[in-house]
Design a protein around this ligand. Structure first.
Ligand SMILES: Nc1ncnc2c1ncn2[C@@H]1O[C@H](COP(=O)(O)OP(=O)(O)OP(=O)(O)O)[C@@H](O)[C@H]1O
Length: 370
């Protein structure tokens, strides 16, 4: 039962966005890390296919969530978008400019526009520098002198991220984890970016603090019109923050859709499984059966043929081993809702909210927002 398809990944555009040019286009992008072996002379004996042909667009001011289990290539994708890594295949275009293999010099003018926020706020802040020096660093490197001076701007930025401007001269260790992540956010904002890649920005923080930092990022995205690519393994956090969500598995995008379509009418079995993933303790008798993903993600050095998810998929058939399913719009799906599956789940019209186990702090925050 293969479905009719109407659209391909290159057209991954929800209806309301068709008039807008993407800020960034990611087309078939790959990153293969060489694996060295042999003695005494080390040779390349294989490759870790960390990212293996991903395609999506990022629109100005939007928030796109990138989710998937550990090791599926989310961080590598983030580093490719910021060009901290150079792709081994595909094409990345930023505001119409091909930056796939751009040199440092060619990247210089756009470096300031694409910033990254990292998971571990402590590791990414120099412990010997004051907060003032850390946040003004990017301005100094880029020779930017804001009106009123850099110190004034740093104090403004501290205020924007909810920190006391008087703490300009303090050191990172004097702040809590959540405050340190706010310092990282202020540093990312220093150059007035158009795109921020946030790589698991809250997963190292206490649950109660996570909600506050997610809230801050959401305010920034709305108020400053910054586009966000929010990387997380937690679908609950992404649901709160992202207007569109891409689900990755073993270096590929399995499904991408606007938030409502993805959470309420997921078509890819893997998306279903992620939505059903709940802690064992919550599985009461009488609750409807939840999908349990068994086994580990296979090695990206030697991914399964055909569909990469097939070795863990309850719907897999022979075709799944021989033919890689393209990422396409299945009949019945909303525009921009693309799925890579030969035997997709039926679209369900039932709300699947019960599948999403939210942290109480996030759930309360969502309730307030509605
Ligand atoms: N520099 C590298 N050299 C070799 N392999 C790498 C390198 N960086 C990442 N990998 C491998 O690529 C795969 C994808 O890693 P990546 O960190 O992008 O995944 P992820 O989805 O972000 O996982 P996590 O949530 O654990 O960070 C993993 O198997 C990882 O071991």
């Amino acid at each position: 039962m293969s479905e009719n398809t109407t659209t391909t990944a290159g057209d991954a555009v929800p209806a309301q966005r068709t008039a807008t040019e993407p800020l960034m286009r990611v087309e078939g992008v790959a990153k293969h890390f060489p694996v060295k072996g042999g003695f005494p002379i080390k040779r390349t004996v294989g490759a870790v296919k960390a990212v293996d042909g991903v395609t999506f667009d990022v629109y100005p001011g939007e928030s796109l969530g990138l989710v998937g289990e550990s090791g599926c290539g989310k961080s590598t994708t983030g580093r490719l978008l910021t060009r901290l890594l150079e792709p081994t295949g595909g094409k990345i275009t930023y505001r119409g400019q091909d930056i796939t293999h751009a040199s440092r010099k060619q990247l210089a003018p756009i470096r300031s526009e694409i910033q990254m926020i990292f998971q571990d706020p402590y590791a990414s802040l120099n412990p010997r520098q004051t907060v003032g020096t850390i946040i003004s660093g990017p301005m100094e490197i880029n020779g930017i002198n804001p009106p009123g001076g850099r110190e004034k701007r740093v104090r403004e930025l501290l205020e924007i991220v909810g920190l006391n401007p008087e703490h300009y001269n303090r050191f990172p260790h004097e702040f809590s984890g959540g405050q340190r992540q706010r310092i990282g956010v202020a540093r990312a904002l220093a150059l007035e970016p158009k795109l921020i890649i946030a790589d698991e920005p809250v997963s190292a923080l206490d649950v109660s603090i996570q909600a506050q930092v997610v809230n801050l990022l959401q305010d920034l995205q709305r108020d400053l019109g910054i586009a966000f690519v929010f990387i997380a393994h937690d679908l609950a956090v992404v649901r709160h923050f992202s207007e569109r969500v891409a689900v990755m598995y073993l270096g590929k995008v399995m499904e991408i859709a606007d938030r409502d379509s993805l959470y309420k009418r997921p078509r890819h079995p893997y998306t279903h499984a992620l939505l059903s993933a709940v802690p064992e303790a919550d599985l009461d008798a009488g609750q409807r059966e939840r999908i349990r993903l068994s086994g580990d993600v296979p090695s990206p050095i030697n991914p399964p043929s055909g569909c990469r998810f097939r070795t863990r998929c309850w719907k897999a058939q022979d075709k799944c081993a021989t033919e890689e399913p393209p990422l396409v719009q299945l009949s019945g799906n909303a525009e921009g809702h693309l799925t890579a599956c030969h035997f997709p789940e039926e679209p369900t019209l039932e709300a699947r909210d019960e599948d999403i186990v939210m942290d109480p702090a996030l759930a309360a925050m969502e309730k307030d927002a509605h």
